[in-house]
Ligand binder design. Structure first.
Ligand code: HEM
Length: 114
């Protein structure tokens, strides 16, 4: 299940950057499609993450923090794309995204790496 989680969040990040490119290039139609696929991937990341959290960590300790930070990453991705699509400022969410990503990788690969 960890492999499925890693594969889904990896593809989520790729799709997000494709969506950011489409947003900047003002390609509305492909952007809408990628955003729909992305939302499906958010659910897959969330589902696999929740499964790991329940099956191996009983929703406790550092893994719980890791899960909350993972959720924060997903919120940042969604906010950047929806606010960006409306022409609203996204800088504050980019800053949060960088912080959340550093934390998620720190928890995923340093704290929980055994
Ligand atoms: C885009 C968002 C996310 C990213 C980038 C991410 C990233 C990662 C990374 C790098 C790992 C370590 C993989 C490894 O040890 O090989 C991991 C594991 C894990 N993630 Fe996520 N994650 C995200 C979302 C979530 C969510 C939403 C949850 C829970 C609600 C979650 C729960 C977990 C759990 C429980 C583990 C297992 C830790 C372990 O046993 O090593 N993740 N994730």
């Amino acid at each position: 299940m960890i492999h499925v989680h890693v594969t889904t969040w990896f593809l989520t990040l790729i799709l997000f950057f494709v969506a950011v490119y489409l947003l900047k290039a003002n390609k509305q139609k492909p952007l809408k499609i990628i955003q729909m696929v992305l939302r499906l991937f958010y659910l897959l990341v969330l589902g696999t993450g929740l499964h790991l959290l329940a099956a191996y960590y009983q929703f406790q300790g550092a893994a719980l923090i890791k899960g909350i930070v993972g959720l924060w990453v997903i919120f940042c991705l969604e906010f950047i794309l929806t606010r960006g699509g409306k022409g609203k400022p996204t800088k504050i969410f980019w800053i949060q995204l960088v912080i959340a990503l550093v934390l998620v990788f720190y928890y995923g690969y340093v704290v929980l790496d055994y």
